[in-house]
Every structure is written in C-alpha cells, then in structure tokens.
Design a protein around this ligand. Structure first.
Ligand code: SF4
Ligand code: SF4
Length: 116
C-alpha cells in the first residue's frame, strides 16, 4: 500500500497561485484566505519558499492550511483520519502535475518514495 510522505526537493504545494486553486473560499475561513493571499509572491510561489533548497523558511510556524495533519484535513476538507493517506497522495500528485508536469522528475520521485 502506498504511504503518504512529504518528499524532499519538491515544494509543489508551496506554489500558491489561486488560479490553480479556484475553490479556496470553500475551505478557508475569511482570515485564513486573507493570510493565504498575503503569502503569494509575484511569481505565484509562497514568499516563504526558498527555491534553491525547495524548503519552507518558516516551517515550524507555517500556517494551518500548510499542515498535512488529521485534525486540519478533517476540519478543512471533511476528510476522516483513515482517508487522509489516500487523499494526501492525490493532493500531492495533483499539485505536482500542475507545477512540474505529469512526467516530471518530481512526480517520479514522489511515486517512488510513497510506493506507487
Ligand atoms: S506537494 Fe506533497 S510532496 Fe510536494 S512538497 Fe507538498 S506535501 Fe511535500
Ligand atoms: S508557508 Fe511554508 S509550507 Fe506554507 S506555502 Fe509557504 S513555504 Fe510552503
């Protein structure tokens, strides 16, 4: 069975361009939406994303909506904890496809590391 994990040297979910996430208002509260929008840099990437290392520079203090945690996903998306693994894998693959492409190195690495 594939097991979700965040794969290093990815960062696809830190590409925050709202054009790729038209349903933001459906799951973020108004304050969270404002926070989300405030993080978007001119290139569509989060202002806290470090492109060379592809790491979050505020990782310990990152917003709630950046956290793949059972309570967060249950609250934001109505996903039960036992559904989180498959849902998170789908989210990552969707985001990686949008940012890097379906046949990208990032997608190959993700699939390999989660066991697809
Ligand atoms: S898309 Fe998934 S694997 Fe890539 S950085 Fe985000 S959580 Fe990690
Ligand atoms: S705060 Fe960190 S984890 Fe969240 S989108 Fe920005 S760089 Fe990514």
């Amino acid at each position: 069975m594939a097991t979700w994990r965040c794969v290093k040297q990815c960062g696809a979910c830190c590409h925050l361009d709202p054009a790729e996430r038209p349903d933001l208002e459906e799951y973020l509260s108004p304050p969270e939406l404002a926070e989300y929008l405030s993080l978007i840099g001119p290139d569509g990437w989060c202002i806290h994303f470090e492109p060379d290392s592809r790491e979050c520079t505020i990782y310990e203090k990152r917003p709630r909506f950046c956290r793949v945690e059972p309570a967060v996903f249950q609250d934001l998306f109505g996903i039960e904890p036992e559904e989180l693994n498959d849902f998170a894998i789908d989210c990552c693959r969707q985001q990686i496809e949008g940012v890097y492409g379906d046949r990208s190195l990032e997608m190959l690495r993700f699939d390999r590391e989660v066991g697809i």
